[in-house]
Design a protein around this ligand. Structure first.
Ligand code: 5GP
Ligand code: ZN
Length: 114
């Protein structure tokens, strides 16, 4: 299995997990750009938002709902930023769909931009 995030899903590569259910996994980004920097991923291998199908709509909705909950529970109660990079133009580096969740106690600086 060559996909980095699929390997994290099955435990082949360690990650600092903060949430897991049947469909979704959230873990800390290895190079955090903010006091809180999590990656929320579907366990299903979906390359990017460009590969989404109609059947993925509920899954994407659950990722958004989980984002606000994890922000509140992990030190970012007054707001946060979500980013999904897609494809070459979007400067996506890891081709397993992921949502960046960035936050912290204070307003984010420019280093938390993508
Ligand atoms: P992208 O540019 O594809 O939107 O973001 C990929 C993110 O994955 C980057 O923020 C990068 O720091 C993170 N990342 C890359 N490899 C690993 C890893 O092995 N473990 C974790 N936890 N994060 C990773
Ligand atoms: Zn994958």
């Amino acid at each position: 299995m060559s996909c980095l995030f699929c390997r994290i899903v099955v435990g082949e590569i360690p990650a600092a997990k903060v949430y897991e259910d049947d469909e979704l996994l959230a873990f800390k980004d290895i190079h955090p750009k903010a006091p809180l920097h999590l990656l929320i991923i579907p366990k299903e291998h979906i390359e990017s938002m460009a590969a989404l199908e109609d059947r993925h709509a509920p899954l994407m909705g659950r990722m958004m709902v989980l984002a606000q909950r994890l922000a509140a529970e992990n030190g970012s109660p007054e707001g946060f930023r979500t980013v999904v990079n897609t494809g070459r133009v979007g400067r996506q580096e890891v081709y397993h769909l992921h949502m960046h969740l960035l936050g912290g106690p204070e307003p984010l600086g420019s280093s938390a931009s993508f």
